[in-house]
Design a protein around this ligand. Sequence first.
Ligand code: UGA
Ligand code: MN
Length: 479
Amino acid sequence: MKGGNYTSLGTCSGINVSGNVAGTRKMSLGKSIKMYLTIFILTTCIYMALYQYHISREPFAASEVVKHQEKSSSYIASYLWSPISLLMANSSSNTNNNSTTTSTTTTTAPTTPTTTTTTTVGSVGQKLGASSISSIRMVSLAATIPSFKSTLSESRSVSLGGHQKTATVKTSTTITTRTTASGLATTKLSATTRTTAKASAKLSAATTPTASHMENGYKTRPTFVAASLPPPLYIITPTYRRPEQLAELTRLGYTLKHVVNLLWLVIEDANKTNPLVGHTLDRIGVPYEYMVAPMPEKYKQTKKAKPRGVSNRNRGLEYLREHATEGVLYFADDDNTYDISIFEQMRYISKVAMWPVGLVTKTGVSSPIIQAGKLVGYYDGWIGGRKYPVDMAGFAVSVKFLKERPNAQMPFKPGYEEDGFLRSLAPLDDAEIELLADECRDILTWHTQTKKNAPAQALNRTRYKNTNLEHIDRLLVRP
Ligand code: UGA
Ligand code: MN
């Protein structure tokens, strides 16, 4: 009779076990198997627990953030892998066992936009000596990553409720993160979390991990994701007073709001700034400088075509020569349409870049012609003897390159503004012109034109005295 006890069960093979059962001891086969399974399961559980502890101490690589998002459909995977869900699970188990986490995606992301945005903004403020850094900081946090702002406020409201009482919280968040130095990579993370908990300190800990550690003695290292700054963009927008002005600036402004590290130079063809324009720009929340540069009187008087937006753009160039050191400049008329991917492409150019512009002349598009990867000419309904028959919306110039050409500027010559400016950048070899928008096979900017609206008719002030119309009236352009 060999030892058919628990010890031998743990150490012997199955054959030995069955041998023992055959012996005189009364242990049934069923019991032995049960015992074996119990020990196996216990061992597995201990192993898993140790493994999870080990994993929770590993920092995430940036690439893993994306991987985890793919796992979001699996409750188990996301629950086990996400630091925020660990925190929340911790909080829930302390307080309420009914808590359920229906779907949680990796939320290491909130730390990423925080880092990126703060650095970006600080840098714009410093480099450009623009208006107060603190106001730009505020604006940009809201401006560049709006959905992130909403995450923060949701977290905050959770915290407030949580301190007082048990609260049921449902958050649904989309976080848009520009993760890498390339600026091209955009990671979108979505997180839907439902929990019932005194989530206060622990949920807010998701955005401020250090505080949470101090409060709860929770020993996860804060996640660090390296993020560097993409080159700055300087968008020079000429504008002038007309019924459509605020509408155009609003539309363009909200396009630019999707682009990080951008300074919007809004320059009005006027003798003084208009508070209504300033107010509109403030409300949009894109970092901006608002300046004036009136068209010289002699051009205003002329019956012929006027050099529109030229004094404005030259004022923008002057500003850049004084304040900018790197990055890229782009002339964005206030009435055109821009796909934001063109901004991410133009950031990295070294001298000059060109691409097609839709809705230009009878050809429907103005574009460089590319053959075998080389610029061989230009397609445009009006060539007019121009060396560079391109539209204003179809090229960008590096700031460094501009500053190496101190005399470069735009001529007051209707129809030849783009050509004159590009010529003034000489020497510039055709081979040095970078071709964006999929080597000019795509259209990412359009020369849209807003229908001209007649100035609003006068308001009957007696009839509408003390009504909202008196306020609206101040926003309208009169003849
Ligand atoms: C076309 C081109 O697309 C422009 O790039 C070019 O500057 C312009 O012609 C021109 O050379 O005249 P278009 O749509 O005809 O553009 O011109 P607008 O959109 O009326 O004006 C171009 C820019 O200049 C706009 O941003 C506009 O706000 C501004 N502008 C226009 C002024 O600042 N002052 C004016 O009196 C008129
Ligand atoms: Mn236009």
